[in-house]
Design a protein around this ligand. Structure first.
Ligand code: SF4
Length: 314
């Protein structure tokens, strides 16, 4: 018999699908066990992160969920954050006791000039101390990853978004392998990779399992799970949101497939989980984003801090 999740093993794809197909009260048992795995493998502390959009909108890519794509007619105004704005946002995150601060830019690929422009901001944030500065700057190659590492970036976010087979229905302007190559470049440079996806884009349960298994194969360090927040003007504007229990069930499945990795709940949790937001940790999440997202607002950061205090997970 193979190892169980509690002795260092994990589950296979067919068992992961079984977990997503559970109905009724069995789902509450699933959450209980996902929480036990989280506590045994990662401990009770929950980590947090906040982001700022360094460059918003006018993106050449056609990710069908994204308000920043130039292919769709949305309300998003393009803009570039000033150095002062980014540093101020990082200071706010430090004051709020957030663990990681991410700079996110729209666009397919980071250029060498972008890195030169961001370098002084990253250096200033590193000097502030007490926070880890992360990048989510699009596709990068091995050399660029090395340059970011030299600047002090230790975590890089680049999501796969969904399964390999569903990806072409979501994005046509770049490939799944473009994304995987970035994940590999980040790891090769010695940074930790934060890579996950979005739930609720019309994908099947099998697609959700396939995403989790692919992330395990890539040995990612942290898995951000977003729940689609349908945005007017994007092709997914009319998508049906996943129910709170389905969202929690999905988090639990990721915990079973990736028992010792951080599972971070990111965009869309407010709309999707509503009053059940604090349940995300009981379903196996070990990390969450706080504050605003890229083009949508999160709930007040004080409410999230109160939730974490009440749960005694800080
Ligand atoms: S998700 Fe990123 S790459 Fe895709 S359209 Fe939005 S900003 Fe561009």
């Amino acid at each position: 018999m193979g190892k169980t999740v509690f002795d260092g093993g994990s589950i296979d794809a067919s068992d992961a699908l079984f977990l997503l197909e559970l109905k009724g009260n069995a789902r509450y048992d699933l959450f209980h066990w996902a929480n036990r795995i989280r506590l045994e493998r990662l401990g009770p502390k929950v980590t947090t992160c906040s982001i700022i959009s360094g460059r918003t909108g006018k993106c050449s890519e056609d990710c069908r969920f994204c308000a920043q794509s130039a292919h769709f007619n949305t309300d998003v105004q393009s803009s570039v954050a000033s150095e002062a704005d980014m540093i101020q946002a990082a200071r706010r995150a430090i004051e709020n006791g957030v663990d990681n601060f991410g700079i996110v830019t729209s666009g397919k690929r980071l250029t060498d000039d972008d890195i030169k422009e961001l370098a002084p901001v990253i250096e200033t944030i590193q000097q502030e101390g007490n926070i880890s500065c992360c990048g989510s700057l699009g596709c990068i190659n091995r050399e660029q990853a090395g340059r970011l590492y030299e600047l002090g970036i230790r975590h890089y976010n680049h999501n796969l978004e969904t399964s390999r087979s569903y990806f072409p229905k979501i994005v046509t302007t770049h490939t799944y392998d473009d994304r995987i190559n970035t994940v590999k470049a980040v790891k090769a440079a010695g940074m930790e990779i934060c890579s996950g996806g979005i739930i609720g884009m019309g994908e099947t349960l099998q697609d959700r399992v396939d995403l989790a298994v692919t992330l395990r194969e890539l040995s990612v360090d942290c898995v951000p799970i977003n729940f689609l927040n349908p945005i007017a003007g994007t092709p997914l504007a009319g998508a049906e949101p996943v129910s709170p229990l389905t969202a929690l069930q999905t988090i639990a499945m990721f915990r079973f497939v990736l028992p010792d990795k951080h599972i971070k709940i990111a965009g869309g949790r407010e709309n999707c989980l509503r009053d059940m937001q604090s349940w995300m940790f009981y379903a196996g999440a070990s990390s969450t984003m706080m504050g605003n997202y890229l083009t949508t607002t999160g709930r007040d950061i004080q409410q999230d801090q109160q939730m974490l205090k009440d749960l005694e997970v800080l």
